[in-house]
Write a protein that binds this ligand. Sequence first.
Ligand code: HEC
Length: 157
Amino acid sequence: MIAGKSWPQRVLAGATLAVFILFIISLAAPRGAWGLQESKPDTKPGEAAPKEAGAEVSFSKDVLTLFKEQKCTVCHRGENPSGLDLMDEVAYKSLVNAKTNDKESLMVKPGDPEASYLYVKLIGPGRDGTIMPPKGKMEDAEINKVRLWIQQGAKNN
Ligand code: HEC
C-alpha cells in the first residue's frame, strides 16, 4: 500500500501506523497492565498502607482495649459457654498458641492471621456459631489491628 512512495513518506506512514497500533493496544489492555494504576485494589483487611503496617500494635494497649470497647469481655469472661476468656490477666494465654473449642486449629498462630481462628471469627462466622462480635462485624480498621498484631508475631507487648 505504501510501495512507490519516497522513503521519508514510508517512514512517516510506518510511524503513524505504529503509533495507531500502540494506541489500540493501550485501549484494549486491562487497567493496570501498564503500571499506571495508583494503588492495588485493597479489599483485604490488614493489607494496610505501609505507614500503618510499620506501626507496632500493642496487645495490652490496642487489642485488649478493643476487646473491651467491643464488649467481647461481657460474654468472654471466666467460665462461660463460649469457652474463651478474654479478660486482661488471661486473654494472652487463652489466645496465643491455644487450641480452639473443637481443637481444629489455634486461636492465634503468631505470624499467620489466616490460620488464627480469632481472626477468622472476626471476618466471618468461622466453622460454627456466628461472626464476632455477634452484633455485627467490626470496622476494617479495628479488624486490621488484630490482624497486624498477629502478623507482627502476636507479642505480649
Ligand atoms: C453476646 C456474647 C458475645 C460477645 C459480645 C462476643 N462473643 Fe465471641 N462467642 C460467643 C459465643 C456464645 C461463642 C461460641 C459459639 C461460636 O463459636 O459462635 C463465641 C465464640 C468466639 C470465638 C471462637 C471460640 C472457639 O474456640 O471456637 C472467638 C475467637 C470469639 N468468640 C471472639 C470474640 C471477640 C474477639 C469478641 C469481641 C470482638 C466476641 N467474641 C464477642 C459470645 C460472644
